[in-house]
Unconditional design. Structure first.
Length: 142
């Protein structure tokens, strides 16, 4: 397993996910990939399925995928999101993360992106009283 974040950074990221999901029925996950083989976007799409993110009731999951060794990342949303948002919907979050990453502030960049993702998801998928947390909030690794 890749050791990229310090425990306190992992805690910051998980707390950012929890905070974002308090305002949306959307589900946000962060995944780190060791030894990326291929294009980050294609591997992220496979990881999305592997993590079961396509099984949410509203199909409104978002995956922030990082391959730190290869300095690549991707942000992808599920079908329920992609059907109603404009193309390049995640560009501003990608750019925001890049700004932080260039300064070596990886955890802060991810947290900032999670906050923005949560705000965007809230517009389309507001939190519902009967909302269940359908996916784990912990960072996943492979």
């Amino acid at each position: 397993m890749i050791q990229f974040f310090k425990p306190e950074e992992e805690e910051l990221i998980v707390n950012a996910i929890l905070a974002a999901e308090r305002h949306t029925s959307g589900e946000i996950r962060v995944h780190l990939e060791e030894g990326l083989k291929g294009d980050a976007m294609k591997v992220a799409e496979k990881t999305f399925i592997k993590l079961g993110m396509h099984r949410t009731k509203a199909r409104n999951g978002v995956l922030i995928f990082l391959a730190p060794e290869e300095k690549q990342f991707a942000i992808i949303g599920d079908k329920g999101i992609n059907e109603i948002v404009p193309e390049n919907f995640w560009e501003s979050e990608r750019d925001l993360m890049q700004q932080y990453f260039r300064k070596g502030e990886f955890a802060n960049g991810i947290c900032a992106a999670i906050e923005k993702v949560g705000e965007k998801l809230h517009s389309f998928f507001p939190y519902l009283d009967d909302d269940d947390n359908e996916l784990p909030n912990e960072i996943s690794y492979s």
